[in-house]
Design a protein around this ligand. Structure first.
Ligand code: GLU
Length: 547
């Protein structure tokens, strides 16, 4: 076979040599040790937690080393592409505070190594495809879907490895230049296949997460270019990560099995392999059988990044949560460094777990309470308001109308040694904090459980009679105790427990009445503090209803 003539026949439009193309993507001028990483998501419309998981690793590795982190859109599979999916992806990454130095953006491309959308790099892949044909390392295959199906059936029946290799590749490999010319003249569709050597050798790759990985060397004639001229992931990955000078490829472990193809291509193209980091699959504990299983798109809403956006889970919380999954020493570091930004954590690939990372929403909620509790009220306000602007407009209006009151409310219960951890998510905050605004205030708990109607009326009348908004917490509580005793309730709860017949109830019932009247619930923050956030008028109005 005249490989040069075949290359010309298949790629008449390619005029650039591989040297010329490579010269357009020069080495990056970066300090010694700086890492270049990327994420290469496919725009399927579904952005999953794994995308963010890998993005955080890649971002940390790049930015901790003074390197570059970029976004490449891997849109080679047009069957999976969904309108607006690139924007969804970019917005999601932005919401979670993932900052790219380079790559695809909502406004187009940013950087010198573009285009950053694979479909736009078609010509670049063709340069290297042509070179592979010239070297006798790739060939066109005209087999039809029916022929491929028949081969697969035969292989399944004979319990052989599926794919095109060895004798299954013979038909296409043995076509003459004349036959190929004829097929092309007849417009027969073809794919470009890699011409593999049949081998029983093994390769060993040092994976930064898993250590040395030993696998059989590739002997598959896998597809490089599909019939529309668009590359497969395998070919595009190798060309792009070489030209864009990625030093580390961080991707899910589902790609581990195709590593031999990538190693083969890097080798044949004479390029240095990046450091591979195959990350653990996200898992959860199955509610039904208690075992570990992969997160499923169908069953587990928490697999979608949109879940965290819609629930209003703070970006900082999601980062903290993922970092605890990503590095086994993160929690220890966090305890030793409270109040320090998670970006200060020295992230290392070596400390990554390789057995599936467990996504536990209870743990996420606990982290969330801690993180929000430690945030300054202004930051809580800004994030919560930002979320409401998108997901709960009415509440956003309340937050801006009552900004000062909200900021004061966010400080309630924060004074002591054990600050309150009431807020978990922005969505739940709209519910929990609703009593601070007359517009959303409702009485949820039952006042009748605390005292009969007559006692209740007496209590509220007396309370309002002696109420002085200027009282400090101690003076206020003295008055509450006095009324408690006067109405025949035990000032000390334990007295009521001991002699239940001697009292109408205890001070707990009294304060519960106050809480329910003020906040709508018996379980609420400190009454004196809440009263001061609400202001005297609201306090009198809410309590007056019961007097
Ligand atoms: N396009 C691949 C995916 O969506 C990316 C794998 C990689 O990062 O190399 O899984």
């Amino acid at each position: 076979m005249d490989n040069k003539a075949l290359a010309e026949l298949l790629f008449p439009d390619v005029t650039e040599t591989r040297e010329q193309t490579e010269a357009r993507f020069p080495e990056r001028q970066l300090p010694e040790g700086a890492c270049v990483t990327r994420i290469g998501p496919s725009p399927t419309g579904f952005v999953h937690l794994g995308n963010l998981y890998n993005a955080i690793i890649a971002e940390r590795i790049a930015h901790q080393s003074g390197g570059v982190f970029y976004l490449r859109i891997e849109d080679t599979d047009n069957k999976r592409e969904v309108e607006g999916a690139v924007e969804t992806l970019i917005n999601a990454m932005d919401y979670f505070g993932v900052r790219f130095d380079e790559g695809a953006t909502a406004e187009g491309d940013n950087g010198a190594y573009g285009p950053y959308r694979q479909r736009q790099r078609r010509d670049i892949y063709h340069v290297f495809a042509k070179w592979l044909v010239e070297q006798g390392l790739a060939y066109p295959c005209f087999m039809t879907a029916e022929e491929l199906d028949a081969i697969r059936e035969q292989q399944t029946a004979a319990k052989e490895n599926p794919g095109i290799y060895g004798r299954y590749a013979e038909k296409s490999r043995s076509l003459t230049l004349e036959e190929i010319k004829q097929n092309i003249a007849e417009d027969k569709p073809w794919v470009l296949r890699y011409k593999a050597e049949m081998t029983d050798e093994y390769i060993e790759v040092k994976d930064a997460v898993r250590g040395a990985v030993k696998m059989p060397r590739n002997s598959m004639d896998f597809v490089l270019l599909k019939s529309d001229g668009i590359p497969t992931y395998h070919f595009a990955h190798v060309v792009d990560d070489h030209l864009m000078h990625s030093t580390h490829v961080i991707r899910g472990e589902e790609w581990l099995s195709s590593l031999p193809m990538h190693v083969e291509l890097f080798g044949k193209l004479g390029w240095e392999q990046p450091v591979y980091c195959h990350t653990a699959t996200l898992m959860k504990i199955d509610e039904e059988n208690g075992g570990k299983r992969k997160l499923s798109k169908r069953k587990d809403p928490e697999l979608a990044l949109s879940y965290y956006q819609q629930e209003g889970i703070s970006r900082d919380v999601v980062w903290e949560f993922l970092l605890t999954l990503l590095n086994s020493n993160y929690e220890e570091w966090r305890l030793a460094n409270p109040g320090v930004s998670y970006l200060e954590f020295p992230y290392t690939l070596e400390k990554m777990s390789i057995s599936g990372a467990l996504v536990d929403l209870d743990k996420l909620r606990d982290i969330s309470k801690e993180v929000i509790c430690a945030m300054q009220p202004e930051k809580v306000y800004d994030e919560w308001y930002g979320w409401c602007s998108e997901y709960n407009r009415e509440f956003a209006d309340l937050l801006s109308k009552y900004k000062d009151r909200t900021l004061a409310a966010l400080n309630v219960g924060k004074g002591g040694k054990k600050p309150r951890k009431d807020i978990e998510t922005w969505k739940q905050a709209c519910d929990f904090m609703s009593f601070y605004y007359d517009e959303t205030f409702t009485v949820a708990d039952d006042m009748n459980e605390q005292a009969d109607e007559e006692t209740r009326k007496q209590f509220f009348a007396k309370y309002l009679e002696t109420y002085d908004h200027a009282d400090d917490s101690q003076a206020w509580f003295e008055k509450v105790r006095a009324i408690t005793a006067e109405l025949g309730f035990a000032v000390k709860p334990k007295d009521f427990k001991k002699y239940p017949d001697s009292y109408k109830g205890s001070i707990v019932h009294i304060t519960n009445m106050l809480r329910i009247a003020l906040t709508g619930r018996a379980n609420a923050p400190d009454i004196h503090e809440v009263s001061h956030v609400l202001g005297e008028d609201i306090v009198r109005a809410r309590l007056g209803r019961w007097a």
